[in-house]
Write a new protein. Sequence first.
Length: 339
Amino acid sequence: MSSAEIAALLRWYGTSRRRLPWRERPSPYRVWVSEIMLQQTQVATALPYYRRFLRRFPSLRALARASERDVLGHWAGLGYYARARSLRRAAREVLSRHRGRLPSDPDSLRGLPGIGRYTAAAVSSIAFGRHHALADGNVARVLSRFLLLEGRAGSARLDARVWEAAHEAMAAGRSMGSARFHPGDWNQSLMELGALVCLPQSPLCGDCPWIRRCAAFRAGKQETVPAPKRALAAVRVPMTALLVRRSEELLLTRRPGTERLLSGHWALPEPKQLPRARRGRLLGTVRHSITRHRIVLQVREGFLEDGPLPAGAIWVSRKRLDAFLVSSLWRKAVAFRQR
Ligand code: ADE
């Protein structure tokens, strides 16, 4: 990639980028939280969560001191809750192992929970101005079109080519000097072009600063490169949950850590967790997708026999349910209680 091409994209980024909180007021902590949220969530969806999360946990110290339940409560609705648990654990490790300062080099960052190759390079370049290349889905699409790289989206073959191209572009940028090239802006300009212009379907090539240089556009292949992923087949997951009431309280249990979905979450109990409970009528059915799992949850009334509560079960008042039930699957399920 030439310095003229790099400069053209950086100019476009300067005028066309979205003004986002971690861009306008960057700090290592704020950039890190944004990158974890954006791993599986689009910017527009993540923004209100990001603002709320940063109000409640304005610093790494505040996050490290919070309970896991508090952190999960502020992640509720975003999905992929392992991200929130890892974020809190990583904050605690940074306090104990790095004296409260997030490390700037990718190797140390990758030693922290929840931080892989992409996130380490993103934090290192955006928050610390280090010259580390990266590629996420948006960057892969941009570079594979610009350079007409072959391979299916998300395939190991295309990923290897894209990361290599990203490294080469970063090296070319570095030789332009720090007055003309900031590695974090460069990485974000590739992401931003992918998010706003170089769209998966119907890319807006008329708005692209690289239209004359793009190999896919010149070949008329901008709509077909990269070749789409093979879709993973959906998996149907039937589940039953019991709604056990005691005046204004509901019985909750924690899902075992061995469950494939929502492990460790507080939830409505499943019949196998309450072997002595009697089942009543069907209150309703909730449909909810997690990755490729299509959950069909039947919510039934449940009645406990007199006697001690099963191990790990607790009564939670209706007012406090939101603090326990993080996934919208359970929030939809408890809505049946009023009917
Ligand atoms: N996706 C992941 N990181 C991002 C960032 N910093 N800006 C925009 N989109 C992103």
